[in-house]
Design a protein around this ligand. Structure first.
Ligand SMILES: Cc1ncc(COP(=O)(O)O)c(C=O)c1O
Length: 407
């Protein structure tokens, strides 16, 4: 589909289908404030309108690049689970979980990597460069393995081992950096300027937001061409929540729906820069993010301004929980519904628990609530250390069994 780029901050439009990263007019260093100059991909209105008469649509109908052999990297179409037990416990009848941990590399980030791979292939570019603390890196490495692209991945040397190991296994060129994510980010850009390749850094390449919108279009079809009332999203940089908004927005722009559901930004109290900005209008970065949910630990949100704008425009809000709530939510999801989510993903469920009265007040007893479980629990088994343990073994005889039973 045809598109132009538009700056989310100054509104300048760029009518080109060349690769663009940030608005040249706004891309200057800011001290202590959220960065400016993130670009929005605006789809051509005529092309969009053509979709309104279709009986069924797919996310790919709304993409600026065609996805080559989608079955080679089968992203999306993730299951929508209910939980009769949790519904009963919390009095939320119409509760659904979107299991995005079932994407090929185990997280929502495959959605962005799918479109970046399509962008690279359509431009005849064989190398993709990025910085990541985990899921984005493993997703891009997975896409690279599927399509035969060279992936150069800069990671802070302290990143979680499981996610790094995954990227190494997929055959990416992994470069651990002695520094923070910001250091790895800066080095990845310097690298791509000197040695070439498309840069996939989250929020830096606007196609990361565009790729993530697939979830909303898919969800609309999956729910029988209906929208939920409210969507709970775990937030760090604010890219996922912006992608979710963009998908609902494009459906509306095509004349297929007439609203964007309320989007709830869930953050940990140790990493709440976007929530603070939503509340105060003050776009200050944090000195340090401290949550144990590594995927949403962000001090300077790369897409913070756009995320705040979209939360407001959806008539959503922000809910802050703490790390203990996240941990409890993660255990409860597994124990009481069989859903295994990494800590960042479980944060979205912790947000629903915190808001259960508000949800019913705002949307009534029939509220349709959607929780995005953005990554699988297998990604971070270390997060269970000290919380759950495997029971000691017994001898394989009935006497040992009797002793065990009499304990
Ligand atoms: C599993 C998971 N959930 C949520 C997020 C937060 O997304 P964003 O940083 O775009 O807000 C991430 C980002 O890495 C993630 O990996």
């Amino acid at each position: 589909m045809r598109f132009t780029y538009r700056c989310a901050d100054c509104g300048t439009r760029y009518d080109t289908d060349e690769i663009m990263y940030r608005c040249p007019a706004c891309d200057f260093p800011t001290s202590g404030d959220f960065q400016r100059g993130n670009l929005i991909v605006d789809l051509n209105h005529e092309d969009l309108k053509e979709l309104s008469t279709r009986e069924h649509i797919t996310p790919q109908d709304f993409f600026p690049y065609e996805i080559p052999t989608p079955e080679a990297y089968p992203v999306g179409n993730t299951p929508l689970a209910t939980s009769p037990r949790l519904s009963k416990t919390y009095g939320i009848k119409n509760l659904r979980f979107k299991l995005d941990g079932q994407n090929p590399s185990g997280s929502f980030k495959d959605r962005a990597s799918q479109l970046i791979a399509a962008q690279a292939l359509s431009k005849g570019e064989n190398k993709v460069v990025l910085a990541s603390t985990g899921n984005a890196g493993s997703a891009m490495a997975c896409a690279g393995a599927a399509y035969g692209l060279e992936i150069v991945l800069f990671v802070p040397a302290s990143a979680p081992v499981n996610k790094l190991m995954q990227s190494v296994l997929y055959g990416a060129h992994v470069i651990p950096v002695n520094g923070t994510y910001d250091d790895a980010f800066a080095l990845s850009i310097a690298y791509s300027q000197e040695y070439g390749g498309i840069n996939r850094n989250t929020a830096y390449n606007p196609m990361t937001i565009e790729g993530k919108k697939s979830i909303s279009i898919e969800l609309f079809e999956q729910m029988g061409r209906k929208l939920p009332d409210v969507v709970y999203v775990p937030v760090g940089d604010g890219v996922i929540i912006s992608g979710v908004y963009k998908g609902f927005y494009d459906l509306m722009a095509a004349g297929i729906t007439d609203k964007v559901p309320a989007l709830v930004c869930v953050q940990s109290s140790g990493s709440d820069a976007i929530s603070r900005a939503w509340e105060s209008g003050d776009y200050k970065v944090l000195e340090k993010a401290t949550t144990t949910a590594d995927s949403i630990s962000v001090s300077s949100p790369a897409n913070g301004r756009m995320a705040v704008e979209y939360i407001k425009s959806s008539k959503g809000w922000s809910t802050i929980i703490n790390d203990d709530d996240i941990s409890e939510a993660q255990l409860e999801l597994a124990r009481d519904s069989g859903l295994f989510a990494e800590p960042a993903a479980a944060a979205a469920w912790a947000g629903v628990i915190a808001d259960k009265e508000t949800i019913i007040e705002r949307f009534g007893e029939e509220a349709e609530v959607l929780v995005l479980l953005t990554g699988t629990g297998f990604k971070d088994m270390k997060s269970f250390d000290g919380k759950v343990s495997i029971p000691p073994s017994i001898e394989p005889d009935i006497d040992a069994m009797r002793t065990y039973m009499n304990k």
